[in-house]
Design a protein around this ligand. Sequence first.
Ligand code: RIB
Ligand code: CA
Length: 329
Amino acid sequence: MNASSARPKMIVDCDPGHDDAVALLVAAHVADIRGIVTVGGNADLDRTTHNALVMRDLIGIDAPVHRGCGHPIVAKSQYAPSIHGESGLDGADLPSPVTPLDGTDGVDFIIDTCRADEGIWLVPTGPLTNIGLALRRAPDIAHRIAGVSLMGGGSFGNRSAVAEFNIWADPHAAAIVFETFDRGSPGPLGPVPGSLIMAGLDVTHRFQLTPERIARTGALSGQLAEILTGLFEFFSGTYLSRHDAGTMSGAALHDPLAVLAVSHPELFERRHRHVVVETVGEHTAGMTVIDERKLLERSAPNCDVLVDVDADAAFDIVIEAIQASAPRV
Ligand code: RIB
Ligand code: CA
């Protein structure tokens, strides 16, 4: 699908991943995708890159795919097969991609694209390795982007009691991203103008793939709807099998909220907070430390923490995006 100038410009940095696939679908519908960059996370980089190529053609996205980093900056690689399956996108017979990979240095692609145009949103929905390295290698881009809208973090964890997977998988990269927007300790080029939005577990757990929403998807015609229905059933199955009975109605559909936070901000409730990432704690590495104190001495906010979403309206957009897709395969 072709982008229009009326929609926010985005680079989606992802580790597909069932919910990353929906983030790409929604971004194709509501944004001007300037590029897709892949990162290791839900599965290894070969698999997440293959899955991104498959989803690009299934959705009919008119944007390049660039392979990013396969390993965190410091931490060792760890994946999530228990949630997403060995392929990273288990649950459906996926077609082979027909459009070839466009590049193998995703960090350079991010830098070059943000230097060639202003006002691009970086929308990471996996570990933040590519984004952190791009900001380190080219600090100037922080002054050119509209901001970073990320899926990650929260006031509680899923990979540990306090750490959410995307932040936990590469806490050093995440720390770079959150520090970049900390105007209390600006970088060499001064405070950055853009915004940092955190779609953490507090909001994403309020956007679940309920049986009703999976049924709505299954009632749509076409190959994409059929494939997504299988993916949703697998993804929700793994989620429900790992949570106390009755605490979840389906998988949390995390990643599309990082996209919708930019295109549809009215769907969300947010808190302006100071957030830092713990990188060394034996029990807390990967924690997003959100300063909720009412003390005037607290640090100045650097982040919009999303805390609620109009889930029905958000899923209506997912349905619209499926109906608007133009598969290439
Ligand atoms: O913790 C959830 C996040 O980790 C989502 O982005 C999911 O796709 C995985 O990357
Ligand atoms: Ca993801």
